[in-house]
Design a protein around this ligand. Structure first.
Ligand SMILES: N[C@@H](CCC(=O)N[C@@H](CS)C(=O)NCC(=O)O)C(=O)O
Length: 204
């Protein structure tokens, strides 16, 4: 399998999941501005949407959309317990979180990266995002992980998008349970390994 990724982006989530599962994979770095891979390939030929993450299977099929990719990966090794069993109620809960992270938090941060958007608009968007973080804070005040007592792919995705807070001077200490969650997830071996590799790739 090949994971097309770019450092500091949402592709960190499937990168973490691949390491949690101990599956063999190759990382292919993408320059999101030029849409070329580091070895000069055309990323748009892999994913015409032009966005990471993209997962290419050994038979050539390509899967995009982070929430779909992490579920696909978790189901390759169900015994690792990164996603509840298919068709279970807990699986629907996982999908509920993945969708919330994608549409409310990931998509809540995305416009803040825009240089064209005026500051007052960003303030409105941040207020909305903070309300969503209130929902997450309430969940994590009750349990260590989004699905309760066990790490899942939703935690990898949440950790990934919340790391962007530092780009916008959003201090996560304002939400103590979220701050504790970030420390807990950031301490996992898979996360430290993924971040070390992505940091080195960014600096190169
Ligand atoms: N809906 C996609 C969004 C992916 C996405 O936003 N990717 C960003 C990085 S976090 C990207 O590659 N953006 C480059 C672009 O849109 O040109 C998903 O959830 O996977």
């Amino acid at each position: 399998m090949k994971l097309y990724y770019a450092p500091e982006t949402c592709s960190l989530s499937p990168h973490i999941v691949l390491r949690e599962l101990g599956l063999p994979f190759e990382l292919v770095q993408v320059d999101n501005r030029t849409k070329r891979t580091v070895d000069g390939g055309d990323f748009l030929a892999i994913n015409p949407k032009g966005a990471v993450a993209a997962l290419q299977l050994d038979d050539g099929r390509v899967l995009t959309e982070g929430a779909a990719i992490v579920q696909y990966l978790a189901d390759l090794k169900p015994e690792a317990g990164l996603a509840p069993a298919k068709d279970s109620w807990d699986r629907v809960r996982l999908q509920e979180w993945l969708n919330f992270i994608s549409s409310e938090i990931h998509a809540g941060f995305s416009p803040l990266f825009s240089a064209e958007l005026a500051e007052p608009a960003k303030t409105v968007l941040k207020d909305r995002l903070f309300r969503r973080l209130g929902t997450v804070e309430a969940a994590l005040a009750a349990e260590d992980y989004l699905l309760g007592g066990r790490f899942s792919v939703a935690d990898a995705y949440l950790f990934t998008v919340l790391r962007w807070a530092r780009f916008f001077a959003i201090d996560l200490q304002r939400w103590p349970a979220i701050a504790g969650f970030m420390a807990r997830i950031g301490d996992r071996a898979s996360v430290r390994a993924a971040l070390d590799i992505e940091t080195a790739a960014k600096a190169a």
